[in-house]
Design a protein around this ligand. Structure first.
Ligand code: ATP
Length: 904
């Protein structure tokens, strides 16, 4: 195939011939052959950083520079042992950072993979959904509003097709597409008969033949600019890195001042003092914190993905746990989106429909009696025919049973046709479609123009009953003749079936002359005859019912926002357990309300029916004006503004359009409401764990550092030597802190109310915690040290005890932090998780080693500890836990009467 061909200058027939394609698309065999020749339709993966570069980048951090500086000076002073411990801290830290960053990057890459776009194609004469990268030149691709164009296409048909091509042309206004060739050389923007890969369909429908894939596409040629690498970066991480930088600076300044004070005022020997100050700096710098926070977030991203919630914009992971209102679609999210027609009303008669699923087996019944096709009134047959023709879905039998490609509701209409022995394939062959007005959520109808072989033309219309009754002036009677419309009767019937929770769809038709081949909305303004109604059931998802109950328990409100009939919406609302504090609000009523009124009403109302996408945007704003943190779901291209505006925009992975996914923060792989709630739960867990990591790291670092500062300033001997403090940092910071990143969800996580907007992680409460813990650490360390000295133990043994006490207190403090959200000590909390125990066991083994192994004793200048003293050390840890717990109880009672947790 000639790559340099100007496809836009050629007519449709010429292009199809050149690409050897027919209207039935390529055969599977041909597709495979072309895939061999052209490769996959994808752009090359962005260049990853080389492993060595990634490893070296771990050292590019002011915290590490300070540590490396300290290592260099200790080496110059001949303290090679201290140098090696500092270097070990730095290396271990870099190794953990490197490994975890790799894991985070892989997690994100895997998630991107899950978001790979799909394309609707016609192959072997059938509509199919395939992965976008499987397309080959010559494939016939179907386009609909919201789709991302999957390859460069020469359009074959276009019905009101508009495409936004900003990524190629910079022009944000959508371009109206056509099929006529464009003469002469022209710019990309002028090639109206082309649809380019990566651009977005904003409205209409079309079909195009693939002329270029992968790197051969227009976007492929400029792909350099699209290949940026994404890293795990969120506001909190930036805030924490900034904090860590400031802390480092502060520590260096304080250390410098202490050095000057010690040498000049206290006249202490420089060398010793310097080593103490190095110990102080290493103890105080939270070198492990950034890595552990990244791990915590990466663990959260993965946990959400396991629960079918894919985080697209990483900062969202911090917000999702704070969501206080979830606004959700109904169809497919709360319900299963497995539709079946159960009621047909036409020709003044009310039929039931038997059978389950999409299999076209079952009968139509009238008053419980099966009705044969021939006995059905003409109006019923006309209704079924219009349902099959005004329809873009395909029904096919697979090994797993009957399946629908396209809209499940339309699939159900095909099943209905099959049950009535009016086979859709035959109908469609006989009544060819000449034009279409695609469904859109504002009009709530879809219309097609069909012609039979004899040239008779017919407009078929299907949509919401109210929308169709506006357009119709007559109706079909049982015999299929047009009589004046009885609007009140139909409204009453529609209401009746909607109240049973059925989704109602109406049908209308109108014959037109043979020569009429273009359909526009003016054609629907007169002469349409109403045929009848169908009622479809779409059962609620069982898991959605449980998830709603969970939300209510967690203080999260749920609002159902649907395009469906108000009575249907209300009935489904009941079935899934949405509390009804105020009557449902319809889109029309919502439009009459001012912003202020809406803000008030939106709080109490839980069901919004017959809404359009613009209403969603207003609702998000109204709820945000009331201080709520809003999650909003959406699937269509018109939902994009609301998704963007919401604090958490959630797109449907299955039925959602690419346009909706692109602006969303979260994509639900299974379109399921329960997955949103699972994501909120994981979001809360991540936030709790971030709190725990920070709440453990900063106070313990400050506790260690203040022990040294107090000793230096007061001129007493150091209770812990510099090399011992380096050791503590080496083994505890990287093992205990990391354990907190993997903490599971607490039992009370979904029983707490959502956190308010702007609730900061670095709060006054954290500063208080740092002060309290530092004071307790000081008392513990000095307490045991002076006890040992007064008992006339050697200074070395006193120091060994003090060092072990410090580590034991860190371990007990870890258990306290794990329990931040519960008010009482529980067995579950004491029992801990395997990861916590592994960390604790590792640290304990390390402490035994340096206390009892002779060679370690020589390096660290430690002495063996007796059983009695050993128990005393552990007892100090227990006391620390009890004191902290008491302090928390008092603080909760005094300041925070209605909070259930003691988090920051
Ligand atoms: P949600 O997914 O938000 O719960 P919905 O899917 O019920 O909403 P829409 O898709 O906006 O809402 O549909 C609104 C109404 O439009 C439906 O109740 C139905 O009457 C009509 N409708 C939906 N899809 C089609 C279609 N393909 N053709 C004709 N009419 C349709």
């Amino acid at each position: 195939m000639d790559k340099t061909r100007n496809w836009y200058q050629q007519g449709v027939a010429e292009v199809l011939e050149a690409l050897q394609t027919t209207s039935g698309g390529l055969s599977d065999q041909e597709v495979r052959a072309r895939q061999q020749q052209h490769g996959l339709n994808c752009l090359p993966e962005p260049q990853r950083q080389r492993p060595l570069t990634r490893f070296l980048l771990q050292f590019h951090n002011i915290l590490i520079y300070v540590l490396l500086g300290a290592a260099a000076i200790t080496l110059a002073l001949g303290h090679w042992l201290d140098t090696s411990v500092i270097l070990a801290v730095v290396l271990l830290n870099a190794a953990i950072g490197y490994l975890q960053e790799g894991k985070a990057a892989r997690a994100i890459a895997a998630i991107r993979h899950m978001l790979a776009p799909q394309a609707s194609v016609i192959r072997d004469g059938r509509r199919q959904s395939v992965a976008g990268d499987q397309l080959v030149p010559g494939d016939l691709v179907l386009l609909e509003a919201g789709d991302r164009v999957p390859a460069d296409l020469r359009l074959v048909t276009a019905h009101s097709l508009q495409i936004q091509e900003a990524i190629l042309t910079g022009e944000s206004i959508a371009v109206e597409k056509a099929v006529e060739p464009v003469a002469g050389e022209s710019s990309l923007a002028e090639r109206r008969c082309m649809a380019f890969s990566g651009t977005t369909v904003t409205s209409g429908q079309g079909r195009g033949v693939v002329v270029a894939t992968g790197l051969a596409t227009e976007v492929g040629r400029i792909s350099g600019m699209l290949t940026q690498v994404e890293t795990l970066q969120t506001p909190l991480l930036e805030q924490m890195s900034a904090l860590a930088r400031w802390l480092t600076l502060l520590i260096v300044v304080v250390a410098g001042l202490i050095l000057v004070y010690g040498v000049f005022v206290q006249q202490q020997p420089f060398r010793e003092l310097f080593m103490a100050v190095v110990g102080l700096s290493v103890a105080a710098i939270p070198e492990g914190l950034p890595a552990v926070l990244t791990i915590t977030l990466a663990v959260g991203v993965q946990a959400m993905a396991r629960r079918h919630a894919i985080v697209r914009r990483l900062p969202a992971i911090e917000t999702i746990g704070s969501v206080s209102v979830i606004c959700t679609d109904k169809t497919g999210t709360l319900t299963r989106n497995e539709m079946s027609v159960v009621t047909v009303i036409a020709g003044q008669q009310h039929f039931g429909v038997e059978g389950e699923g999409y299999a076209p087996n079952g009968e139509l019944t009238l008053d419980g009696q099966v009705v044969a096709v021939e006995q059905m009134p003409a109006a019923v047959r006309e209704l079924i025919r219009s349902g099959a023709l005004c329809n873009d879905a395909e029904l096919s039998k697979r090994e797993t049973g009957w399946q629908v490609q396209g809209d499940p509701m339309e699939g159900a209409l095909l099943t209905l046709a099959g049950k009535a022995a009016l086979y859709p394939d035959d109908l469609r062959r006989h009544w060819r479609r000449t034009d279409v007005i695609p469904f859109d959520t504002d009009n709530r109808f879809m219309a097609t123009l069909n012609h039979d072989h004899e040239g008779h033309g017919m407009i078929y219309l299907k949509g919401a009953p109210e929308a169709l009754l506006e357009l119709c002036s007559g109706q079909l009677d049982g015999a299929g003749d047009t009589v004046p419309l009885d609007s009140a009767f139909w409204r009453q019937q529609a209401d009746r079936i909607a109240r049973q929770g059925q989704r109602v769809l109406a049908f209308a038709c109108q014959p037109v002359p043979e020569h009429k081949v273009v359909l526009d909305s003016a054609d629907l303004a007169s002469g349409m005859a109403f045929i009848g109604l169908v009622g479809l059931i779409d059962p609620p998802r069982q898991e959605a019912i449980a998830a709603i109950a969970e939300c209510l328990g967690a203080g999260i409100e749920v609002k159902m926002i649907t395009g469906d009939h108000v009575a249907t919406a209300s009935a489904i609302g009941h079935q899934i357990g949405l509390p009804e504090r105020a009557p449902p609000l319809t889109g029309a009523e919502l439009e009459r309300l001012g912003d202020a009124e809406l803000a008030v009403k939106a709080l109490d109302t839980n069901v919004f029916a017959r809404t359009s996408p613009e209403h969603k945007l207003r609702l998000v704003k109204a709820l945000q004006a009331q201080g709520r943190i809003v999650a909003m779901t959406g699937d269509g291209v018109n939902d994009a503004p609301a998704l963007r505006r919401a604090d958490i925009g959630i797109a449907m992975g299955g039925k959602g359009t690419e346009a909706a996914k692109e602006v969303s923060d979260l994509v639900l792989a299974d379109d399921n409401f329960a997955s949103i709630v699972a994501a909120v739960r994981e979001g809360r867990t991540v936030r709790d764990n971030l709190c725990k990591v920070i709440g453990w790291t900063l106070p313990t670092n400050s506790g260690e550092a203040s022990a040294i500062i107090v000793a230096l300033l007061s001129g007493v001997a150091l209770p812990v030597t510099p090399i011992q403090i380096l050791w503590i940092n080496l083994i505890t910071a990287v093992s205990l802190g990391v354990a907190l990143a993997f903490e599971p969800t607490e039992a009370s996580t979904m029983l707490r109310h959502p956190r308010p907007r702007n609730d900061r992680l670095l709060s006054g409460a954290l500063v208080w915690q740092i002060l309290v813990v530092s004071a307790l650490f000081l008392s513990g360390v000095f307490g045991i040290y002076f006890y040992a000295i007064s008992a006339e133990y050697s200074v070395e043994l006193a120091r060994t005890l003090a060092m072990n006490t410090l580590v034991v207190m860190e371990i007990f403090y870890l258990f306290f932090i794990r329990n931040m959200q519960n008010t009482v000590l529980t067995w579950r909390m004491i029992r801990g998780t395997p990861i916590v125990w592994m960390a604790v066991l590792g640290v304990t083994a390390g402490q035994f080693a340096i206390t009892y192994l002779p060679w370690a004793q020589r390096i660290f200048d430690t002495r063996p500890v007796g059983l009695r003293e050993g128990l005393l050390v552990v007892a100090i840890g227990v006391v620390l836990l009890v004191v902290l717990e008491l302090e928390k109880q008092v603080r909760l009672r005094l300041f925070d009467a209605n909070a259930t947790g003691g988090g920051y």
